[in-house]
Structures are given as C-alpha cells and as structure tokens.
Design a protein around this ligand. Structure first.
Ligand SMILES: [Zn+2]
Length: 172
C-alpha cells in the first residue's frame, strides 16, 4: 500500500468502506450480492434443476472460479458444530426446501467440507430434505489431483478406496 499513489489508497479505502453497505445476502441463494437476486440466480443459462449446497459464500466463490458447476447454489451460512454451539439456521433449510419445490430441482449436491463438522452438516441437510423427491449426492472424497499416494494419510486413503469407481465394463 505504501508504494501506491495516494489517490489509489483513497479509492481503496472508500471501496472497503462502502463494501459492507452495498453487499447483502441474496434472498434466494445467500450469496453476497449488490442485486436482488444475485447474478447467478438471475442467469437464464444456468441449470435450475441442480442445486449445490455450500457452507459459506467463500466456498461458492471457489466453485465459481473453478468453472466446474453450472447449476444454482444454496449457501448455508454456517455449519453444524456441537463443540462451537453452531447450528444451521432453520430458515435457510426452509428456503432450500422451497426452492426445490418451486424450481423442480432434480438433484441437490451437498458440498460440505470433508471433516467432522462437514459430515454433521451433511447429515442435517439430508435430514431436512427427506421426502423432497430430489436426488441427494455429496462431493467425493479422494486423492488430490497431482498428489501422490505416498503422501496421503490413512483416512484419505481409506476414503479414496471406499469412493472408488468402476472404470471398465464387466463384459470386457
Ligand atoms: Zn442468488
């Protein structure tokens, strides 16, 4: 910052100051936005029959930057963590149920983190969506791309073995 011109620093400070005033959670998905609904929810080219549930808006940004998902999102804005006394806001789960009904959602991908809190959050979402008619799935566990089996821990190796996929036809 010290190397930047004074004008840049003034504009940067102003941008930070107005950030919190302008941004608010999208009433549909919970993503931070200046518009209602957010640009993702209002994009007509996105698949409205697939919803990806993430814990935070940061997780949504990561998935968006990777350009790996073309459906809509639901930000939980929290996780289930008994140690920290955290629960998912029931209103978020109601919004999720409503969006599944209204958009005729066929699949809900639960993209919670691969840890104990992520597991508990996953179970809470599955519980809330029981009887919704949508297919529920969860991101796979496994070895990191570009990684090495030699460096993987025991739990990751076990999860990767459990989540293995058949790659040939049994008739071959
Ligand atoms: Zn949205």
């Amino acid at each position: 910052m010290m190397a930047q011109p004074e004008e840049f620093c003034r504009e940067f400070a102003e941008a930070v100051r107005t950030l919190k005033e302008r941004l608010h959670p999208c009433p549909e998905c919970g993503n931070f936005t200046e518009e209602d609904p957010c640009p993702i929810c209002s994009d007509p080219f996105r698949d409205r029959t697939v919803l990806c549930v993430v814990e935070t808006a940061e997780d949504l940004v990561c998935l968006e930057q990777a350009s790996v998902f073309g459906g809509l999102y639901q930000v939980l804005g929290g996780r289930v963590s008994p140690m920290d006394g955290e629960e998912i806001d029931p209103r978020i789960l109601e919004t999720l149920q409503r969006r599944i009904r209204e958009n005729g959602v066929k699949e809900v991908i639960i993209a919670t983190n691969p840890c104990v809190e992520g597991d508990l959050t996953y179970f809470a979402v599955v519980d809330a969506l029981r009887g919704s008619g949508a297919r529920l799935s969860r991101l796979a566990y496994g070895l990191p791309v570009g990684g090495s089996i030699g460096y993987a821990d025991r739990v990751t190796l076990h999860a990767a073995l459990e989540a293995r996929r058949q790659v040939n036809d049994t008739n071959i």
